[in-house]
Design a protein around this ligand. Structure first.
Ligand code: MTE
Ligand code: MO
Length: 298
């Protein structure tokens, strides 16, 4: 009984500490609505995490280092310059070159995709992204038969991201997907949130969202996209000791070396909930991994 009381107090204290942390960031101001956004049957009907939490509790290591959730919302707005913005397309495709953001979005209908987001650290949110299927943009790049993977680089400016130097990363932040994962209908390039332009702290002006994988695969502020024959190595995957695999599919059975992934805390909830395989998107994506051993290829 005494033990139960102590752990209840511990849970409450953690909850309060988290609330303090959430209140400390700077939620993004609201802007105009993006025009012509279409709803999608791929959205979850779960309640979205409030705007203020989605825009003030962030991971953006370039600005904040690895453990500070408040600083991205304080530092990214002034230090991430999003206009003009170009994305360089290179490698195994016919239409290599520099694409302005306007060109990426030209003639493209934007869709709202309300997705679960599960961070490898054990917290989760429900986020109403606005974006376009990555498959649509890939089709315009015309990848060749040699394109088996796609790699993404984030924008990096060490003078405007001084805290990044505290981390032993090989900047820029980089991530990769297998081509069939990249072409999957759930995979999007997000340019908005809650029907508005994407706030800087959330990876403006264009970021990846892959909802069945841990959040770190969803790379922010993309400036380069490379079609590759060989599997690229992501920023997290480069860590020593190697704790993260290439796939990083959400999997409650594969523990992080330092913590279990069996449960998660949905931001705003008091109690933890069970984590689902593929973050609950297994009916859409399990077939991509048929024949693979998910305990080994994680
Ligand atoms: N460039 C870049 N992209 C990144 C990160 C980062 O630090 N730098 N963090 C990742 C992690 S760990 C998570 S959980 C999500 C967080 O996205 P959000 O702040 O929009 O919720 O972004 C991912 N993309
Ligand atoms: Mo994350």
């Amino acid at each position: 009984m005494r033990a139960a009381t102590a752990s209840t107090v511990a849970v409450m204290t953690t909850g309060l500490a988290r609330r303090t942390v959430l209140a400390a960031g700077r939620p993004a101001p609201h802007g105009p609505k993006l025009p012509g956004v279409r709803k999608s049957p791929l959205s979850t009907d779960e309640t979205p995490t409030p705007w203020d939490d989605v825009t003030s509790y962030n991971n953006f290591y370039e600005f904040a280092g690895s453990d500070n959730k408040d600083l991205p919302s304080e530092l990214a707005p002034a230090n991430l310059v999003t206009k003009p913005w170009n994305v360089v397309v290179e490698g195994a495709c016919k239409r290599t070159g520099t694409y302005s953001l306007e060109r990426v979005l030209d003639g493209q209908t934007l869709e709202e995709r309300i997705y679960r987001h599960r961070c490898v650290e054990g917290w989760s949110m429900v986020i109403p992204w606005v974006g376009l299927p990555l498959a649509d943009f890939i089709a315009r790049c015309q990848p060749t038969a040699n394109a088996r993977y796609i790699a993404f680089d984030s924008h990096y400016d060490r003078t405007r991201m001084p805290r990044s130097r505290r981390l032993p990363f090989d900047w820029p932040y980089t991530e990769g997907l297998r081509m069939d994962e990249a072409m999957h209908p759930l995979t999007i390039l997000a340019v908005g949130l809650y029907g508005e332009t994407l706030p800087h702290q959330n990876g403006a002006p264009i970021r990846l969202v892959v909802p069945w994988k841990y959040g770190f695969k969803s790379i922010k502020s993309i400036v380069r996209l490379s079609f590759l024959e060989n599997q690229p190595v992501g920023t997290y995957q480069q860590q020593e000791p190697p704790s993260y695999g290439f796939y990083a599919n959400v999997n409650p059975a594969v523990d992080h070396p330092l913590w279990s992934q069996a449960t998660e805390r949905r931001i705003g909830d008091f109690f933890r909930r069970d984590t689902s395989l593929f973050n609950g998107y297994g009916n859409h994506v399990a077939s991509l991994y048929a024949g693979m051993d998910l305990m080994k290829d994680y």
